[in-house]
Design a protein around this ligand. Structure first.
Ligand code: F6P
Length: 550
């Protein structure tokens, strides 16, 4: 356990009772340090040594470790907490001004100081009367939905006069992961709304991705959406250029753009443009035309409205529920406890629902790009790491793969299990049994009948989150829950969750390589080999061979 602020704790104790140095008497940083030290001390003395097997026997404690909102039910009884730990965690949230920061975010204050931006994705799912609604965003949504209606009713035609039916969405990072995750989530429940339409995503600059996405699509009946907030992202621009060529000379009527840089989109050849403000970060943009346009084209207006309604319901809950019942805050506190106090570097997100199979990837960007920071919001080096390595996959296949490490490895990986109530038949029942059983197995463990090879130590923390069903409303609520959790956990860490300068360096070095100025001898050698192999392949082709045995 790290004790970066032990000195302050010692000073606090030396100065007398807790109340003599209570929160009100301390500066903000000291309040935070004191609250964290109190939590650390309690965990160290009263919780860490207690096995989850014992903690789970206390029924009152189990009941205290639940909360519910918007059709999502949280059970964190399998976390290494007592009822008192929850109180101390909430003290940490208060000392970090989580409520004040949340309110400032909703008011539209600058929450991203390094880029001098407000953070207003909540306004995208507001209704017109909400105090934090933005008229321009509401107008854009209306335009998006009108356009989707027109396309779906076959009134929008391509250059040859055919109606545009299938959609290819080109974008990367936040301009892809959210929309793709929701698309996958809705595919089964809203199959009849899709009515045979196809929605494909192209993110990776690997040309195989484009080839696979376009395979069996007809350019004459395909609408292409180039999604890029900046309209400068190299991968997206290269993929868009490839697809533009595939569309042929009359590409204009087949293309539209979603961007905050309309001029650049126009220069690329897109006339139909749906914008959004720079107050919406890429990874928080699924509620803008970034997500609403492809999803409304695929599933129609109603599911998109439901998605926004679910997210808005979570916004209201986040704004109004007391901290002890507030789902995003509780998730953030549990995450912080595991990462910061118990020093667990990884976290697994494990949906027991095929529909949520892209959710771990979505959360991965959301959290790792938001909270994977090395300095605090003022630029001071952090003394303890922020952010966790997030990974995961859907359903029982993981149990036959990486769960081995979860059960017996010495690395403890806190898990988040997502289960769904709705679902029929023996297979779904089995899925749900596994959702429950894995959480218990991790917590309880087993002595393996005295055989060390078979022994599972247990005492591995997890939480269980249950959705009533995977429909657009609950998916909206779920994504908004994780967005707010990410922001709240960022405030606990003290970082700016809304910039991402770390991703720039790799882009710059790729640019240097392009201009013949590779940064290291190792890279120069890799490039030389790459080029030599290409030359050999060309020579083999010219000589009539396939180059297969080069
Ligand atoms: O929408 P854009 O500007 O193409 O950016 C795509 C993604 O690239 C990133 O900036 C990271 O490189 C993400 O934050 C963003 O979601």
């Amino acid at each position: 356990m790290r004790f970066a602020t032990l000195a302050l704790l010692a000073a606090t104790r030396a100065a007398g009772t807790k109340s003599s140095l209570g929160p009100a008497a301390l500066a903000p940083q000291q309040q935070r340090d004191a609250a964290i030290d109190a939590l650390r001390h309690h965990v160290n003395e009263e919780v860490e040594q207690r096995h989850l097997r014992d903690l789970l026997e206390d029924e009152a404690r189990c009941n205290a470790c639940t909360a519910e909102a918007c059709g999502l039910y949280l059970d964190f009884a399998r976390q290494k907490v007592t009822v008192h730990t929850i109180d101390l965690l909430i003290n940490v949230a208060r000392a970090c001004n989580v409520e004040e920061k949340r309110d400032a975010m909703f008011r539209g204050e600058v929450m991203n100081p390094t880029e001098n931006r407000s953070v207003r994705h909540v306004s995208l799912r507001a209704t017109r009367g909400d105090p934090y609604a933005i008229e321009e965003a509401q107008d854009t949504l209306d335009r998006v939905l009108d356009f989707a209606r027109a396309v779906r009713s076959r009134h929008v035609r391509g250059s040859s006069g055919e109606a545009l039916v299938d959609v290819v969405a080109i974008g990367i990072g936040g301009s892809s992961l959210g929309p793709a995750c929701v698309h996958e989530a809705l595919a089964s429940e809203y199959a009849s709304e899709a009515d045979g339409r196809r929605l494909r995503f192209i993110a990776n600059v690997d040309p195989v991705e484009t080839e696979m996405a376009l395979r069996d699509l007809d350019p004459a009946s395909t609408l292409v959406i180039v999604i890029s907030k900046t309209f400068t992202t190299k991968e997206t621009m290269l993929n868009a250029a490839l697809v533009k060529t595939w569309l042929g000379e009359q590409y204009e009527s087949h293309m539209c753009a979603v961007t905050a840089a309309a001029e650049k989109a126009r220069a690329f050849g897109c006339e139909r443009i749906f914008g959004f403000g720079d107050y919406v970060g890429g990874r928080y943009s699924v509620w803008s035309p970034v997500g609403c346009l492809p999803l409304a084209l695929q599933y129609g207006v109603r599911p998109v409205r439901e998605l926004l309604r679910g997210a808005r319901a979570m916004d209201l809950h986040f704004r109004e529920a007391p901290l002890s019942e507030n789902l995003p805050v509780l998730l953030a506190l549990v995450g912080f406890l595991n990462a910061f106090i118990y020093e667990r570097d990884c976290r697994a997100v494990l949906p027991y629902a095929r529909a949520l199979s892209l959710f771990p990837r979505y959360v991965q960007q959301l959290e790792m790009e938001s909270n994977g920071k090395g300095v605090d919001v003022e630029g001071n080096a952090l003394t303890e790491p922020a952010g966790e390595v997030v990974f995961g996959e859907a359903g029982t296949p993981g149990q036959h793969s990486f769960y081995q490490l979860l059960h017996q490895g010495l690395r403890v990986v806190p898990c988040e299990f997502l289960g769904v109530c709705q679902g029929d038949g023996e297979n779904h029942d089995e899925l749900f049994r596994n959702f429950c059983a894995q959480a218990d197995a991790l917590a309880l463990g087993d002595d393996g009948g005295g055989d060390n090879h078979r022994r599972c130590p247990g005492d591995r923390p997890s939480l269980s989150l249950m959705l009533d069903r995977v429909d657009a409303f609950h998916v909206g609520a779920l994504l908004a829950l994780y967005e707010h959790r990410t922001a709240a956990q960022g405030w606990l860490y003290g970082v700016n969750s809304f910039d991402q300068f770390g991703v720039e360096l790799g882009k710059r070095l790729a640019g240097l390589i392009e201009s013949g100025d590779a940064a290291t001898a190792s890279t120069r050698a890799l490039l030389a080999r790459y080029r030599a192999k290409r030359v050999a392949r060309m020579e083999a082709l010219a000589a009539g061979g396939g180059g297969a045995s080069e």
